[in-house]
Ligand binder design. Structure first.
Ligand code: CUA
Length: 229
């Protein structure tokens, strides 16, 4: 999760988020180069005194400053498309988690097992423990195995919500009457926090997401404690 003065992206917890960070840095580098070049040229305009009374056209320079930016844009477009298709790929998921947005909480279903479903409400500030995170912790966390492909299905029961966990690089809208799908792979244990990111009403800010990433054997123990045999 983000803490004080962390204005950039969070540390990644999945390979896809790692790729998203690489792409962000790549695009930012190109942006900085363009900004410096254009800034320098504009600044220098104040100090030159070139005058040419017969200047009417410049075919060559116009060719250059039309084609060159198009080539630079390709250097952003190609990696962007690669990532877009990579994000959409589903790689034989081990388990499926269904997440349903409500006003204003998330509910979850582990569709591979019988009867595992629960609501996940934010813990109100006055009930928060000393080590809890205000507006971010929930009463029932999602427990998921690390080092496994996980499919997530997202929908909503009332209005549009968005299931968003920055550290995993996941952001999927939950839309009533639709079922959206994505997948991720958590490559380290830990707690990963997210929030709804579709303006869904008065308590939009108060429906956080908490994922507890644990080794597979711990996950199996947790599942076993939940299943009604
Ligand atoms: Cu649900 Cu915003």
């Amino acid at each position: 999760m983000s803490t004080w003065a962390n204005l950039g992206l969070q540390d990644s917890a999945s390979p896809l988020m790692e790729q998203l960070i690489f792409f962000h840095d790549h695009a930012l580098l190109i942006l900085v180069m363009i900004t410096i070049l254009v800034g320098y040229l504009m600044f220098m305009l104040f100090f030159n005194s070139y005058i040419n009374r017969f200047l009417l056209h410049g075919q060559l320079i116009e060719m250059i400053w039309t084609i060159l930016p198009a080539i630079i844009l390709l250097f952003i477009a190609m990696p962007s498309l690669r990532l877009l298709y990579l994000l959409d790929e589903i790689n034989e998921p081990s388990i499926t988690l269904k997440s349903i947005g409500h006003q204003w909480y998330w509910s979850y279903e582990y569709s591979d097992f019988n009867d595992i479903e629960f609501d996940s409400y934010m813990i109100p500030t006055n009930e928060l423990s000393n080590d809890g995170f205000r507006l971010l912790d929930v009463d029932n966390r999602i427990v998921l195995p690390m080092n496994s492909q996980i499919r997530i299905l997202v929908t909503a029961a009332d209005v549009i919500h968005s299931w968003t966990v920055p550290a995993l690089g996941v952001k999927v809208d939950g839309t009533p009457g639709r079922l959206n799908q994505t997948n991720f792979f958590i490559n380290r244990p830990g707690l990963f926090y997210g929030q709804c990111s579709e303006i869904c009403g008065a308590n939009h800010s108060f429906m956080p997401i908490v994922i507890e990433s644990v080794p597979v054997n711990y996950f199996i123990k947790w599942i076993a404690s939940k299943v009604n045999f």
